[in-house]
Design a binder for this molecule. Structure first.
Ligand code: PLP
Length: 285
């Protein structure tokens, strides 16, 4: 395997970042993940636009043009011979003597790209059966709209899920409303058959897969309400599912051990998954 680090492609085992990198010292960086179909990147523009937004919000310099970065992403995919899988990008504020304020102007951001294979069939097998989710308090900060590498609360939530035999943790705010998954956006089809997902302005990440699925919902003429739902509403829902670049649309068939609907992946989640995969494969570049 090969990783791109600050202008060079290096063997994966020798791909390293300086100990004074601000990503390591302060989680002072942002990231993106694209899924790869047939060696091409899905939702390329959406992730690239969100990357620029995240960098802009944190006032980290844009390290290279969209086109140049696109070439690095594609080249990393090619050199790792990934046909189906994921490509990961991280940009940090760079390497500088450890000090909390931003480093001197002109400090170059660090750029890292890795790619790995992940067969589509693996996610498909989970989607066919459905997966379990647990709920977990949302202990994150007030700027969850920025895709930062400060993911410790997300790590703790996902580990709690793993230890309870679940695939994802849905984080819950102090009002008892679901915010989002540890690395996914959360959705239900409520008791009345209406799709529900939390408003993207309400301190969650604006998922690129979420936005793509919203467009499909509109095309299908389904009803959608962008309004937070409670854990109780989720447990009474007809369907539950979550979305992300790595999992696409994943049906959740239990929440904290409570069966959702008839305990099988629901028709709406199943259809949205098929539609999303079709469109993403067609439009990947
Ligand atoms: N919410 C959080 C907290 C995430 O970390 C992610 C992805 O990593 C998502 C939602 C899903 O976003 P996307 O569909 O852009 O992958």
């Amino acid at each position: 395997r090969v990783a791109y680090v600050n202008g060079q492609y290096r063997p994966h085992g020798q791909a390293v970042i300086h100990v004074e990198d601000r990503g390591f010292q302060f989680a002072d960086g942002v990231y993106e993940v694209w899924s790869v179909f047939d060696g091409r990147l899905a939702d390329f523009d959406g992730h690239m636009t969100r990357l620029h937004r995240s960098l802009n919000e944190l006032r980290i310099d844009i390290p290279m043009t969209r086109e140049a970065l696109g070439r690095v992403l594609n080249e990393t995919v090619r050199r790792n011979r990934v046909r189906e899988g994921l490509v990961y990008l991280q940009v940090t504020r760079g390497t500088a003597r450890r000090d909390h304020p931003f480093p001197p102007e002109g400090t170059a951001p660090s750029v890292v790209v890795t790619a790995r294979s992940l067969p589509l069939s693996k996610g498909d097998a989970s989607a066919k059966k459905g997966v379990a989710v647990i709920t977990h308090p949302d202990i994150r900060w007030g700027r969850c709209d920025i895709k930062t590498v400060g993911l410790l609360p997300n790590v703790l939530a996902k580990q709690a899920a793993k230890e309870r035999g679940a695939a994802e943790a849905w984080m819950v705010d102090e009002m008892g409303l679901v915010t989002e998954g540890s690395s996914t956006n959360a959705w239900i089809v409520d008791e009345h058959g209406k799709l529900r997902t939390r408003d993207a302005q309400a301190n969650i990440l604006q998922g690129i897969t979420r936005a793509a699925v919203m467009a499909l919902i509109a095309d299908e003429g389904l009803e959608l309400e962008e309004r937070a739902f409670s854990v109780d509403e989720a447990k009474r829902a007809k369907e539950a599912f979550y979305t992300s670049a790595s999992g696409f649309v994943m049906p959740a068939t239990s929440i904290d051990g409570v069966k959702i609907g008839d305990g099988k992946p629901g028709p709406i989640a199943t259809r949205l998954r098929a539609l999303y995969l079709d469109r993403a494969m067609r439009d990947a570049i």
